[in-house]
Design a protein around this ligand. Structure first.
Ligand SMILES: NC(=O)C1=CN([C@@H]2O[C@H](COP(=O)(O)OP(=O)(O)OC[C@H]3O[C@@H](n4cnc5c(N)ncnc54)[C@H](O)[C@@H]3O)[C@@H](O)[C@H]2O)C=CC1
Ligand SMILES: O=C(O)C1=N[C@H](C(=O)O)C[C@H](O)C1
Length: 250
């Protein structure tokens, strides 16, 4: 069987360099290009890439995906910065590229995906829900893409169940003291030397709390998810948001 031809964009970055090694080590995949900032995207076409793993920056990701889809190349995207407007734009590019697929994964690690699922399941049973995400201090964006997605999922589950807004009697607060409001869920971002990627979802009800915590201790935690995404996206046309769609979570 011929190997799937894979390219990595952001190949010199923290996660991109790990992805290069993971693709190289996979028997069924061939790394045909590893591009960094300033490298020509035409290299992807010359190299015959079938799937691009996009791990760059929110500033670069849209131009890169536009190019890939215009050339019929599938995308597995870990880069953050997704808004409703960006997703709508991506859908129009996908409509013009029949057969092409893009996976956007706010987080590729299985533990983080499960954290999101458990939080979504638990959300309707608790009056209060807040998120603390903790990352290395070199991270460029806040809140993390994972925390933003977790908050959206919690908010959707609460709205579906008819939950009222969260209790919060705060009347005066220093700017930022209550975190960022993501769909009504406060999200607090910590940037600390020594950390990699961590998240706590705090849920509170009368007389009890539930804390769901996940820790990525090394970038290797993201690799099985990236490889799964690469193998599945080629048979999944259109837009897929969330690695959970490629996991049999029930
Ligand atoms: N979904 C997930 O599971 C994960 C997502 N991420 C996200 O991935 C992105 C990258 O994270 P890090 O590796 O920590 O950042 P980083 O700053 O170490 O790496 C980004 C790399 O992309 C390169 N780059 C910038 N513009 C480019 C372009 N136009 N073409 C090719 N390369 C370009 C930069 O030079 C840099 O080497 C961030 O948005 C981060 O939040 C990171 C870890 C896990
Ligand atoms: O920048 C990172 O490191 C990470 N970014 C993603 C995010 O913003 O959620 C995924 C993970 O948290 C690591």
């Amino acid at each position: 069987m011929s190997k799937l031809r894979v390219a990595v964009l952001g190949a010199k970055g923290r996660i991109g360099s790990e992805a290069v090694r993971a693709v190289e080590a996979a028997d069924d995949l061939e790394l045909v290009a590893a591009l960094g900032r300033g490298d020509k995207l035409e290299t992807l076409v010359e190299a015959g890439a079938q799937v691009v793993v996009e791990l760059t920056t929110p500033d670069a990701v849209m131009e890169n995906l536009d190019f890939c889809l215009r050339h019929g190349i599938h995308g597995v995207v870990g880069t953050t910065g997704w808004t409703d407007e960006r997703l709508a734009q991506l859908r129009t590019w996908l409509d013009a590229a029949p057969g092409a697929g893009v996976l956007i994964a706010p987080n590729f690690s299985i533990g983080a995906v499960l954290t999101m699922r458990f939080a979504q399941q638990a959300a309707r049973f608790f009056e209060s829900a807040e998120i603390i995400e903790l990352h290395h201090p070199n991270k460029a964006d806040a809140p993390s893409g994972t925390a933003a997605r977790t908050a959206q999922l919690i908010a959707e589950a609460r709205a579906e169940a008819g939950c009222p807004p969260q209790p919060d009697a705060t009347r005066t607060a220093l700017d930022g003291a209550r975190g960022a409001d993501v769909d009504g869920v406060p999200v607090h971002s910590v940037r600390l030397r020594g950390l990699l990627a961590h998240q706590e979802v705090l849920l509170g009800g009368v007389g009890e709390t539930l804390t769901i915590r996940h820790d990525s201790l090394h970038h290797s935690s993201f690799m099985p998810g990236i490889l799964l995404g690469v193998r599945r996206v080629v048979d999944t046309p259109g837009l897929t948001v969330g690695l959970e769609n490629f996991l049999d979570l029930g």
